[in-house]
Design a protein around this ligand. Structure first.
Ligand SMILES: Cc1cc2nc3c(=O)[nH]c(=O)nc-3n(C[C@H](O)[C@H](O)[C@H](O)COP(=O)(O)OP(=O)(O)OC[C@H]3O[C@@H](n4cnc5c(N)ncnc54)[C@H](O)[C@@H]3O)c2cc1C
Length: 412
């Protein structure tokens, strides 16, 4: 049997082999998902763990990787074919992102393209024909990169209270405010940004009066400052400060005041996609742990022969596989038009937690070497915190389930 790049053959003496060069097929995937996995796995085989360690150490944008993905057209996997996309579903995109993370690229690799894969779904669904041509074609070709500005320093997860303002002045809006944690803003030419156009006190519902723009990240008007952080050093995350940033009205997506609804459209998809990335990272960690457990000999035998090492790894495989199947189920339901959020929130929570447990176990299975950079699992452990926190915290996922599925009173 094959899992996560590792062959398990019950007939072997130690039952374990080295990983294959390409990640193995998965038994439940459709033909198109399998095609995606094989093709992406081939690209990723050119970017081994040492590449990801190097860019992490050097804080160096993984340009070679993003170019390789763009060159073969993968940035447009979910985009309409009219603009150069492949028009495949979220299930294919999730397969792609899982495979990238699983190859050893982890969150560094996936975050370098994540926003471009599904982030512009509000533009796809609500943008005008002129906007779609202007925005989607260069994004799919890899000529423009996008970042995403929602989170703010003073309001956090309470998105409806965000304080950045846009005031209309003729054919422009003038933006003032701050954003926090905007990933890839050092690289991106464009930003999808949510700001308030009508003050909170003047709307009937807090979800009204927010507007969404997709526009140039004009560095003359926006101060972009990188935030030093725990992991994923190659892919920057930033605070933005802007005061008097003039944005043309033609960059407003949909109607003024309707931005929250637009942004919500992409949120379930993003959570599912990120859950796939978490599963992939967990599988990468498991593969390394299994290989090390098979090779490392102490007390005259492979450490993987000890149940104290073997059972946690077997348990992780079971849980990762359960998470993976649920992630794919959620993606397929999304593709079939299911729009409620219980599965998206559940898989985001589940995959993040299972991947975290696996990454921690992978470090512990390596003993002291788990703490050494050259064995890669310490990098995975640093990176696996991201899918637990972003794009929405695990607590907010559980709030959703508590209220909307279990019917318990809102706690905040
Ligand atoms: C590496 C990284 C990249 C990111 N990239 C982006 C990006 O590109 N664009 C972007 O807009 N944002 C981005 N984010 C921001 C991310 O989405 C937020 O950090 C996340 O949504 C949590 O918001 P916060 O940090 O403001 O936490 P806070 O809102 O300050 O919450 C802090 C803690 O309190 C908990 N909490 C708060 N309220 C409740 C409640 N009612 N019930 C239970 N628990 C609660 C939260 O779950 C969390 O654990 C990124 C974050 C990270 C770490």
């Amino acid at each position: 049997m094959v899992f996560g790049g590792v062959c398990i053959d019950a007939g072997q003496s130690d039952g374990l082999e080295k990983p294959q060069e390409y990640l193995p097929p998965l038994p439940d995937l459709t033909e198109s998902q399998s095609t995606v996995r094989t093709a992406i796995s081939r690209i990723c085989s050119n970017f081994p763990d040492d590449y990801w360690l190097h860019v992490d150490n050097m804080k160096q944008w993984p340009r070679e990787f993003t170019n390789a993905i763009a060159k073969d057209g993968w940035l447009g996997i979910c985009m309409p074919s009219a603009y150069g996309g492949a028009e495949l579903g979220l299930a294919e995109a999730t397969t792609m992102m899982q495979t990238i993370a699983e190859s050893g690229g982890g969150m560094t690799a996936t975050s370098s393209i994540h926003m471009n894969i599904f982030g512009l779904s509000p533009v796809v669904k609500y943008g005008s024909e002129e906007q779609k041509k202007r925005f989607l074609i260069p994004l799919i070709e890899g000529k423009e990169r996008a970042c995403f500005g929602v989170t703010e320093p003073n309001t956090g997860l309470d998105t409806l209270k965000l304080q950045s303002r846009a005031v209309r002045e003729g054919a422009e809006y003038v933006l003032r405010g701050q954003k926090m944690w905007t990933s890839t803003a050092q690289q991106a030419e464009k930003i999808l940004i949510l700001v308030r156009t009508t003050p909170l006190g003047e709307v009937d519902k807090a979800s009204q009066g927010l507007s969404l723009f997709y526009t140039d990240l004009n560095r003359d008007s926006v101060k972009v400052t990188e935030i030093p952080k725990m992991g994923r050093a190659a892919v920057d995350t930033n605070s933005l400060f802007f005061d008097g940033w003039r944005v043309p009205k033609k960059d407003l997506i949909g109607e003024e005041g309707n931005g929250f609804k637009l942004i919500m459209h992409g949120m379930n998809a993003e959570r599912i996609l990120l859950a796939g990335e978490a599963v992939g990272l967990g599988l990468a960690a498991l593969r390394r742990a299994v290989n090390y457990a098979a090779e490392r000999r102490v007390f005259g035998r492979a450490i993987g022969q000890n149940q104290g090492i073997q059972h946690p790894l077997a348990d992780s495989w079971v849980h990762l596989e359960a998470a993976r199947l649920m992630v794919m189920h959620a993606a397929r339901m999304y593709d079939e038009g299911y729009s409620a959020g219980e599965y998206a929130n559940s898989v985001k929570y589940l995959a993040g937690e299972v991947a975290f447990t696996t990454c921690e176990r992978a470090v512990m299975a390596h003993g002291g070497m788990g703490y050494a950079k050259e064995y890669h699992v310490e990098r995975y452990l640093r990176e696996v915190m991201i899918p637990r926190i972003a794009p929405v915290s695990r607590e907010m996922c559980l709030n959703y389930i508590g209220e909307r599925v279990l019917g318990l009173p809102r706690s905040y």
